[in-house]
Design a binder for this molecule. Structure first.
Ligand SMILES: *Cc1c(COP(=O)(O)O)cnc(C)c1O
Length: 396
């Protein structure tokens, strides 16, 4: 069906005109209310219209919107310092989106070797099922045919290996390899967590071969798995990391974090952005951190994740004709479906609950991290109702 609007026809949009939201709830222009367990694809980590974020944004809106990066932006320096204090990193570059944060990560890695006199080292090893964004370089990094098709030659320098094959990985390393790039929990690819021991093995391989390790924590970072960043569960750190989505709680902002060493090639003039890290984005990013770094916030995420997971396991047990597996980590969770995942998404939509489809026939259940126990119960009840409806249709 061709859409009637003047927009590019690149989205198959659900019949829902968004109007306003609060917390886990989204109201549409027809007066309907939806339980939003998609969080705008893991972005609205603090729910809709969180009072602290609203006041930070509106206060900043009355002061200063934009200056460019030709001048010092004190809140940008502050957010960078806070992110570094909370992570492995020493340096931060702010962007407007996730894809730009990955682009910056790739450029940082290549530039590191260039500055060391090894300009031939441009290769980035990535993994099947990965998703790193929709720019020309990040579709090459993701390597998925459906995103590459029709957009000209694939950007060179990205080599993809199977998800769980360390031998293939070792075999792909050459004298021209610069880095390994991986999502600690694959999002789009179907909520596949990389086992902690694999992440530790990747760190070791990078150390052995003198490669940089890059994590794409755009979706799994910023509290989603119960730690500020998902790799913390494995007790290792990357050299470079991209994050975005929940960092702005809905305001567009991304960041590339790096160690002092890894960032050493990024000297004045080699990279830039007009908007990245502007005062509005930085006010909101600092406000998001205020909430997430509060004592007990991340522990509460783990508690809620446990409650949700128990409910999901029970759904898999009771509706084996609809669901086959619980996927994910923390509140980055979901269900592998037996029936087409789009049928489940539609049945939930009809029950006024929003979730997000993913690859591998999975539905992503990504509630705001501030979700209450009652709202988790409500979500499970709506999932059960949808499963019951689908189950009677499949005749099981
Ligand atoms: C969403 C996402 C991106 C791309 O972010 P955009 O803001 O859409 O450019 C990249 N990597 C991962 C893992 C993502 O989930």
């Amino acid at each position: 069906m061709t859409s009637q609007s003047a927009l590019f026809d690149t989205y198959n949009r659900a019949p829902l005109g968004v109007e306003r939201g609060e917390g886990c709830w989204l109201h549409d222009t027809d007066g309907r209310t939806f339980l939003d367990f998609g969080s705008g694809i893991a972005v609205n980590a603090l729910g809709h219209a969180h009072p602290h974020l609203v006041s930070a944004l509106t206060a900043q809106a009355g002061k200063l919107w934009h200056t460019s990066n030709l001048y010092r932006i004190p809140d940008q320096e502050r957010l960078a310092e806070r992110l570094c204090a909370a992570t492995f990193a020493d340096r931060v570059f702010f962007t407007n989106s996730g894809a730009e944060a990955v682009e910056c990560a790739v450029k940082t890695a290549r530039r590191y070797y260039y500055a060391k006199g090894e300009p031939e080292r441009i290769g980035i090893i990535t993994f099947e099922g990965a998703f790193h964004g929709r720019t020309l370089a990040t579709i090459a990094a993701g390597g998925q045919a459906k995103y590459l098709e029709g957009f000209g030659p694939k950007a060179p320098g990205f080599d993809q290996v199977p998800f769980h094959d360390m031998d293939a990985l070792e075999a792909a390393i050459t004298d021209e390899t610069a880095a390994i790039l991986i999502e600690p929990v694959q999002g789009e690819g179907g909520l596949r967590p990389v086992p902690d021991e694999t992440l530790r093995a990747l760190r070791e391989i990078c150390d052995t071969h003198g490669l940089l390790l890059i994590f794409d924590e755009i979706q799994c970072g910023m509290g989603r798995t119960g730690r500020l960043f998902a790799h913390e569960h494995a007790g290792i750190a990357p050299d470079i990391m991209a994050t975005a989505k929940a960092l702005g709680g809905g305001f567009p902002v991304g960041a590339c974090l790096a160690t002092e060493e890894a960032a050493s090639g990024m000297v004045p003039g080699v990279h830039g952005t007009t908007y990245g890290g502007n005062p509005l984005a930085m006010a909101v990013g600092n406000a998001v951190l205020d909430v997430m770094l509060e004592d007990g916030f991340l522990d509460a995420v783990e508690q809620k994740a446990l409650r949700l997971k128990q409910g999901l396991v029970s759904l898999v047990d009771r509706f084996p004709d609809i669901f086959s597996d619980v996927r994910g980590k923390g509140l980055m969770t979901g269900l592998k479906c037996v029936v087409p995942n789009t049928d489940v998404v539609r049945a939930l939509f009809d029950g006024h609950m929003l979730v997000v489809p993913a690859g591998d026939n999975v539905i992503r259940i990504l509630p705001p991290l501030i979700v209450s126990d009652e709202e988790i119960g409500e979500g499970l009840a709506r999932l059960e109702a949808a499963a019951r409806g689908l189950s009677s249709r499949t005749g099981a």
